[in-house]
Design a protein around this ligand. Structure first.
Ligand SMILES: CC(C)(COP(=O)(O)OP(=O)(O)OC[C@H]1O[C@@H](n2cnc3c(N)ncnc32)[C@H](O)[C@@H]1OP(=O)(O)O)[C@@H](O)C(=O)NCCC(=O)NCCS
Length: 181
């Protein structure tokens, strides 16, 4: 398996993997699967911000992807990103998520990020909570019933991981260039 930057040719695979989790899971609160072109637009926005958007590929097949995007657009959030990770349903539980998300965290560290936030859909999302815990994320609270999907209320689980020493010292890079004032 290799981890590499996602490109235009991956957008259809990204849409298929993500679309499955949109339709059948609680990890994302999106309810209508985005088309491949929309996945490409979103990816381009992440990359333009200087942040990683990576795929895990095995023998020419994309098994999953992970990326980090700005957490929120307001300027003071410029050292914080939110991660996302989605693995093909027939490839979960084989270490793919760990590898691709680890690579995203390494790239975020290189980009000067101080905090990575995971906003995990569903308190029962043992795989995502377990993956983030395994990579050093700590619990940061639960948003109770923030979502309503598949006919029920759904929590969000906040987790966070400090990079580059977190808040131990003042910023020494400009941080992300965000759209909000
Ligand atoms: C969450 C997800 C990305 C995990 O990826 P994965 O490739 O299945 O996870 P890995 O096999 O790399 O597991 C890495 C670690 O995560 C933890 N983990 C994975 N699956 C788990 C499960 N079902 N229960 C508890 N812990 C789990 C373990 O600590 C595991 O390490 P180990 O194998 O050494 O025990 C994947 O299951 C997925 O795509 N889920 C649906 C979409 C989703 O919820 N995405 C996250 C949105 S926030």
């Amino acid at each position: 398996m290799i981890i590499r930057a996602a490109g235009d040719a991956d957008d259809a695979a990204l849409a298929t993997i993500y679309g499955h989790h949109v339709l059948h899971g609680f990890g994302t609160f999106e309810e209508v699967p985005p088309a491949a072109a929309e996945m490409g637009r979103r990816r381009a926005t992440i990359v333009a911000a200087g942040l990683p958007y990576l795929v895990a590929e095995d023998a020419g097949t994309v098994l999953g992807f992970a990326y980090a995007g700005p957490f929120r657009p307001r300027a003071a959030y410029r050292y914080t990103v939110e991660d996302s990770v989605y693995i093909a349903p027939d490839a979960v539980g084989r270490g793919v998520g760990r590898q691709v998300l680890s690579a995203v965290l390494d790239a975020c560290a290189d980009a000067g990020v101080r905090q990575v936030v995971a906003v995990i859909g569903d308190s029962g999302n043992a795989a995502s909570i377990g993956l983030h815990r395994a990579l050093g994320f700590e619990p940061a609270g639960v948003g109770r019933s923030f979502g309503f999907k598949h006919g029920r209320w759904v929590d969000i689980v906040w987790m966070q991981k400090a990079l580059n020493g977190g808040d131990e010292r003042a910023p020494d890079t400009p941080g992300l260039h965000l759209s909000g004032a």
